[in-house]
Design a protein around this ligand. Structure first.
Ligand code: FAD
Ligand code: FES
Length: 250
């Protein structure tokens, strides 16, 4: 395993001992060797190549702190790939919207859509340029990246949904997003009911078992009315029409 620090993010790249195939939006459930920390932690796949897989980790608590500090050459205990990823089609023009660590799933998706001859624009919202540590520059070399910073230190000054709205939300065959619930709800409102038909979102809910057994990651859905699906097994990717945005926003 190799590690690389970029601002607040640490990229971990693992050599996979056996063939590993995954769709963008799928995740791995990682064991963090911290005393008393029983539950694995879910992480989106950031990149998957022949023989290797990468994660992009941001430190927010004990598990992620352990992962960010893990020594090169260590082996990670991971389950996966888990969950349902994004569905993709060839060609088209795609808007990909990420908030914070949501860039992990969105970067992997952008790479695959471009391999399918898709025209992609990635909108990424962060607090400030310092958070990225140059990562936005590296990603801008891979695809058309538009950065939004809340403190106005780089790119568009404001949130990523305002940036998407200001850039024009029309003309995209697919709209894809990954980020906090508030950002996703803001996007759903911005694109309206017609846009929801073209939307897929990856929900980064808090998880426990990661395999659909505990129902700790329930996400409100529109059918059946008042119902729930699990983010870990039925998701984490859902279509815009599957979700009950009124309850997600509540
Ligand atoms: C499908 C999926 C994909 C994810 N992909 C990534 C990724 O690519 N990169 C990345 O850095 N993180 C990702 N996350 C979030 C990551 O799993 C959490 O940050 C991690 O579990 C935190 O563990 P911890 O022990 O460090 O923090 P904890 O001690 O468990 O929590 C620290 C703080 O973070 C908050 N927190 C924990 N988990 C979440 C969450 N899921 N959403 C919002 N707040 C949370 C807690 O409420 C608490 O305030 C993903 C989550 C899911 C469900
Ligand atoms: S985390 Fe247990 S059902 Fe999703």
């Amino acid at each position: 395993m190799a590690r690389r620090q970029c601002g607040c993010f640490v990229e971990l790249t693992m050599e996979m001992g056996e063939p590993f195939a995954a769709a963008p939006g799928q995740f791995v459930h990682v064991r963090c060797e911290v005393p008393g920390l029983i539950l694995r932690r879910p992480y989106s796949l950031y990149d998957v190549r022949k023989g290797s897989a990468s994660l992009l980790i941001r430190e927010v608590g004990a598990g992620s702190a352990w992962l960010c500090a893990v020594e090169e050459g260590c082996e990670l205990d991971m389950l996966g790939p888990l969950g349902r990823g994004f569905s993709m089609s060839a060609g088209g023009r795609h808007a990909l919207i990420a908030g914070g660590t949501g860039i992990a799933a969105i970067r992997f998706l952008a790479t695959r859509l471009m391999e399918l001859d898709g025209d992609t624009v990635v909108f990424w919202g962060v607090e400030g340029e310092k958070e990225c540590g140059g990562l936005h520059g590296a990603l801008d070399g891979e695809f058309d990246l538009r950065l939004a910073t809340m403190d106005g230190s780089a790119g568009y000054a404001g949130n990523v949904i305002e940036l998407f709205r200001a850039s024009g939300t029309e003309g995209f065959t697919g709209i894809y997003a990954c980020g906090p619930r508030g950002m996703l709800a803001g996007l759903a409102e911005c694109i309206g009911s017609e846009g929801l038909a073209r939307l897929q979102v990856c929900m980064e809910e808090r998880m426990a078992c990661g395999v659909g057994a505990c129902r700790g990651c329930a996400v409100p859905v529109s059918s059946p009315p008042g119902g729930y699906l699990t983010a870990c097994k039925d998701g984490p990717v859902f279509t815009g029409r599957e979700l009950d945005w009124r309850r997600i926003n509540g």
